[in-house]
Ligand binder design. Structure first.
Ligand code: ADP
Ligand code: MG
Length: 387
């Protein structure tokens, strides 16, 4: 039996549906036309096709000489997508990742990946005296031929110190890297400690990946947020519905799956974690009672502010004089969110100005009121998350 009747169109190539899928979403008006996105989708489409080709090492020559040479086939050249927030970087990478016909493949948030790498390096050090990076890279390469990183950013020196060697090893082992970032490679880890040791990583990204800007004029996330006021009064079922609709718009999550939004344990440093009851695509949902009603401090709030571009906070009560601890924590939370330009959507029993009418620290609270007002403004909401 012939599975492919000669009269039909040739079967589409495996792994080559990135551009077609993107264009069909535009045609179906789920996405607005955007020439930079179309260009990026074209590049990712080519990458998906290349990844789907049989690997040269699978052939006789590769089998014979691959082990002799001690290396695998030349890696397929990856892509580094960078641009401002809400440009569609994660959306395009997810679309590509779903289409990429390569196994095993792995998509991971870059910050989470680096935590894992440090844990693996520490475990390797306990096992053996030699350089831990090579065995860690080998293990990672065995687990993924395609590594897709969302939100590549470098904010600390331990990461900066190992990235060049780790990624040189991964790419040398045939891993294809795709990444999204808010910054161009040469803008990563700017003014960071010992940046000179980091520069080989910048050179590596520029040489071994195609650097594709995605920096059109439209912040689509802002567009989606545009329809909600960000400080809703009071705590009510109607406002809860508004916030949950905003959550689903921001995360593209089908509302009927609302029960299944994952919770995560966020690493806040010092071996401590914070439970985030709903965490999806850079959006976190918290109840005031848990976030500001328990022994939490600046380190927790900074970890939240770095990890999430949008925080939805529900159940903010009027703060009475006996709630001075809650008020102080709320001040610290708002400071962290503000510093990192995180968008805050809140549901409260009062407007910011009426939230804490009297009590210890009322004077200092005025700054928080002013920040909360600013955080509702068009200008603030147009700013990018800053990590
Ligand atoms: N062309 C587009 N038209 C409409 N919405 C879009 C378009 N591109 C992206 N979006 C939506 O905008 C939001 C932000 O996109 P995302 O990929 O998360 O941005 P980034 O990763 O660049 O910050 C998502 O909800 C996404 O589905
Ligand atoms: Mg993103």
């Amino acid at each position: 039996m012939n599975d492919h009747p000669a009269s039909s169109a040739p079967p589409s190539e495996p792994g080559g549906e990135v551009l077609a899928t993107y264009l069909s979403l535009v045609a179906g008006r789920e996405l607005r036309p955007d020439s930079e996105q179309a260009a990026a989708a074209t590049r990712l489409d080519a990458l998906a096709r290349e990844l789907a080709l049989p690997r040269p090492t699978a052939g006789l020559l590769g089998r014979l000489f691959g082990p002799v040479l001690g290396r695998r086939a030349a890696p397929v050249r990856g892509v580094y997508l960078w641009g401002g927030v809400g440009r569609g970087k994660s959306m395009l990478m997810d679309l590509f990742f779903a289409q990429a016909d390569v196994a095993p493949k792995r998509r991971v948030h870059f910050a989470e990946f680096m935590l894992e790498v440090h844990a693996r390096i520490a475990a390797e050090r306990r096992r053996e005296a030699g350089d831990p990076i090579a065995p860690v890279a080998a293990a990672l390469a065995a687990e993924a031929r395609l590594l897709a990183f969302d939100e590549m950013m470098v904010t600390n020196s331990p990461d900066a110190m190992i990235l060049s060697r780790l990624f040189t090893a991964l790419i040398g082992l045939g891993v294809t890297v795709v990444a999204t970032s808010n910054r161009a490679p040469d803008q990563l880890y700017l003014n960071g400690l010992n940046r000179e040791h980091f520069l080989p990583f910048v050179a590596l990204l520029q040489e071994r990946l195609d650097v594709v800007p995605l920096n059109g004029p439209t912040d689509y996330r802002r567009d989606r947020l545009g329809r909600v006021d960000t400080w809703l009064v009071p705590n009510s079922p109607a406002n809860t519905a508004t916030l949950s609709a905003a959550f689903f718009r921001l995360t593209d999550y089908p509302p009927e799956d609302g029960e299944h939004v994952p919770a995560v344990e966020l690493d806040v440093g010092g071996g401590r974690t914070l439970r985030v009851p709903k965490s999806l695509k850079g959006v976190a949902v918290f109840a005031f009672k848990r976030l500001c009603g328990e022994a939490r401090g600046a380190a927790d709030y900074l970890a939240v502010a770095r990890r999430y571009h949008t925080v939805i906070l529900v159940g903010v009560p009027r703060l009475t004089p006996d709630m001075r601890n809650e008020a102080a924590r709320f001040v610290s939370l708002v400071d962290a969110l503000y510093e990192h330009r995180v968008k805050l959507l809140a549901m409260a029993d009062a407007q910011p100005a009426d939230l804490y009418e009297k009590g210890e620290g009322r004077f200092e609270f005025e700054r928080t009121v002013s920040r909360l007002e600013e955080m509702r403004s068009e200008a603030y909401l147009a700013l990018g998350h800053c990590v």
